[in-house]
Design a protein. Sequence first.
Length: 285
Amino acid sequence: MKRLLFISIAVASLSRPAAAQLALQGNNPNSQTVEAGIAFINPGSPTVPAAEANSQPVPRLPDGKIDLTGPWVGGGTIADIERDGGLKPGEMTFLPWAQQLRNTRKSQDDPYTACLPMPILRSNPYPWKFGMAYTSKGLTHMYILHELGDAGAHRVVYMDGRKHPDGLIPSWEGHSIGWWEGDTLVVDTIGFNDRFWFDRRGTPHTEQMHVVERYSRPNWGTIVNEVTLEDPGLLERPAKLKFTARLLRPDKTTGVGDLLEFICNEDNQYGSAGAFKPGTGGGIK
């Protein structure tokens, strides 16, 4: 059965799209967000409790590298990138235009709630994982895959030593290259478009953005992403952010935690006249 999204409506006269991405605050898989009198409560996908995070050794791959595959839950922002990334209000030094735009945007206009791709550094209540591709030469690619597949837009991280190419066409996920520094995976990404919001409050960015992520696994149940975000079109100086995700709790029967299929466009009701009606070929009733 699909993991359930629980939404508690505090003020019945107000409405919001019942989309999964409304509920989770990035660093807290069990969170409550209050917007315009509506409390969105979502326990999210079940994760390994913090008390059990050290109950098993950190696994390693056959080549000796730390196994980061997951699946993981959380580890990004949803409500406010500044707060969710461990900063105090004002520590991200936005340029005046960006602060003004951020203050005037409304959460109901968030592109992600309309099933557009989930951007870098953002999270939702559903799990994600690293996939890996090996050849005779070793690890060549890593993939960051989300359960919310169609709106998650998988990321490719090139691990074969290549550099960023010149003349990149701006895209939702950018161009990522990666390498290992000891037990830490470093991912360097450029080439973004300027269309996505970082969070529900509307934090923007520009095509000048450059993001460096450093993924580590301090224990069996936890993955940490320490981020340096540079964007001279957005910020007066680079921002240092930190996000923590929990391991998806393995199924009690199989002992395995897997990503399920979730098609955002099939379930999303934002802006439509009614809900999806099963058996109608994808039509709206």
